[in-house]
Design a protein around this ligand. Structure first.
Ligand code: HEM
Length: 468
């Protein structure tokens, strides 16, 4: 009992509204499989305000959508919040997204150059070719039936893109080939869904006894397979003296001169986050965008006109021409506002500090949900309307910084934001230039039960009409 209540009083001392803990446990809810977590979070932000507290298991936690608070935590006082939640895996299998302190700094420094303009260049041509052949495949499919489930095709597209751009692998997951590879990537995701009471029990145990995760490798078997695959590709390239200039080559470069706190097995483990973070987030965003465009035909026509205007003099759709498709980028941003696939980002306080008048002791968790901010009408008037023009240059000043956070914010912002943006814009420009996306009675957006984010919907039935 003493262990479970050791931090009691901390949340109470913040002087903000909070959810009381239940007996010796943290604050409810506990049965995640029985509630819609996003609705619950939105409801709490409405009820308790923009900054409030709770006990996440034994851990004192501040939840905030207040832009000034978020700016302090993720940028101004970042030195006191370098870490994410202490989801400790043994050091050798820690990946960038869950690494802490100096290990995170070293890994971020090592991996950031993968996405500089120069390095991205070599990824763009393959990305364009993969998008083109995937849209060709959609054209072939809709010849038989104009309404198809695009979800597996979109997942296949993002999987093929990350396989090629990061690992140099030629896969054809867009048409259902390379099943084993795709299955391994999906499996890592499925482990983190709170859809059964046993999974929920596991989440509750880890949040009440976080120390457990320090002694066990919580990565599932499938994640270990991705790590093995990463090592194998590196070894083969070493043996054949091949250099491609991609993510794998960056890892090889660093493995040859590795310095503590980074270790050689830790370098191999980075393949896990690139493969898993790199496909389902983007595939879900593409699915969401198709859905929202099917429901908003006027906005879709405006995008089509823009694409045609930019590519008027037979310029092809590529990474250069998409730079002039501002409304399309607005539609992407608007999609991520209404349906952000990753609905929060987290920090752990590593040094006592004061933020916006709240004394925050070391060890406090900071949970920064984005969806409640994205639909807060003070931040985004008429929040449920799909309006890509909100993000046009001339309107951008109306958006308060740190209210739109689908990629997180500050120093730990998504490392691949530009990569994901380019990938979606290229694909959608190619798709919309060829097809009208239509609503149909079976066009629905249903998330998997127990999805703690909006990360994966079930089928995405879209009706396609070939443009003349
Ligand atoms: C639309 C697509 C994507 C969305 C919405 C997204 C969202 C996010 C969010 C919310 C975070 C947490 C940021 C924070 O804590 O402030 C994050 C981190 C991260 N993302 Fe993404 N992501 C996307 C695509 C990708 C892709 C394609 C990759 C890899 C190729 C990737 C790799 C990562 C990594 C490695 C981190 C951890 C960064 C760190 O802790 O330093 N993401 N992403």
């Amino acid at each position: 009992c003493l262990y479970l209540t050791q931090h009691r009083g901390v949340v109470e001392s913040f002087g903000i509204p909070y959810i009381k803990p239940f007996l010796i446990f943290g604050s409810p809810p506990f049965a995640f499989h029985k509630i819609n977590y996003q609705d619950w979070m939105i409801g709490q932000c409405k009820k308790l305000g923009r900054t409030w507290g709770r006990y996440d298991g034994i851990n004192p936690t501040i939840v905030s959508i207040d832009p000034e608070f978020i700016k302090q935590v993720t940028v101004k006082q970042f030195d006191s919040f370098t870490d994410t939640f202490d989801f400790h895996t043994p050091d050798d299998s820690t990946t960038l997204d869950i690494s802490q302190g100096d290990t995170w700094r070293a890994l971020r420094k090592m991996l950031s150059p993968t996405f500089t303009t120069g390095k991205m260049k070599s990824m763009l041509e393959p990305m364009e070719a993969i998008a083109e052949r995937t849209v060709d495949y959609i054209e072939e499919k809709v010849k038989n039936n104009s309404t198809i489930d695009v979800k597996p095709i979109l997942q296949g597209f993002t999987l093929d893109t990350i396989a090629k751009c990061a690992f140099g692998l030629e896969t054809k997951a867009y048409k259902g080939e390379d099943d084993q590879f795709a299955k391994t990537a999906y499996d890592v995701f499925n482990q983190f869904r709170a859809d059964t009471w046993t999974n929920v029990l596991f989440f509750n145990i880890v949040s009440h006894f976080p120390v457990i995760s320090r002694f066990f490798n919580l990565w599932p078997e499938s994640a270990m397979k991705i790590r093995e695959m990463t090592t194998q590709i590196m070894n083969e390239r070493d043996k054949n003296n091949v250099e491609v200039g991609d993510f794998i080559d960056r890892l090889r470069e660093h493995k040859a001169n590795v310095e503590p706190p980074v270790t050689p097995p830790m370098i191999d483990a980075q393949g896990i986050v690139f493969l898993t973070a790199g496909f389902e987030t983007t595939a879900t965003t593409l699915g969401h965008m198709c859905y929202l465009l099917a429901k908003n035909p006027d906005a879709q026509e405006a995008l089509y006109e823009e694409i045609m205007r930019v590519c008027d003099s037979s310029a092809k759709i590529d990474h250069e021409t998409i730079k002039d498709m501002h409304l399309l980028e607005g539609a992407f941003n608007e999609t991520l506002r209404i349906r952000p696939p990753v609905t929060e980002h987290d920090r752990l306080c590593t040094k006592d500090c004061v933020v916006e008048g709240i004394k925050i002791p070391k060890g406090t968790r900071i949970q920064l949900p984005n969806l409640p901010a994205h639909i807060d009408e003070e931040f985004f008037p008429d929040p449920f309307a799909f309006k890509p023009e909100r993000f046009l240059k001339e309107n951008a000043h109306q958006i308060t910084p740190f209210t739109w956070r689908p990629f997180g914010s500050g120093n730990r912002v998504c490392i691949a934001q530009r990569f994901a943006t380019t990938e979606v814009l290229i694909f959608m420009a190619k798709l919309l230039s060829r097809f009208r996306i239509l609503d149909s009675p079976s066009t629905k957006l249903n998330y998997f039960r127990g999805d703690l984010f909006l990360l994966s919907h079930s089928e995405m039935n879209i009706k396609f009409e070939l443009r003349a």
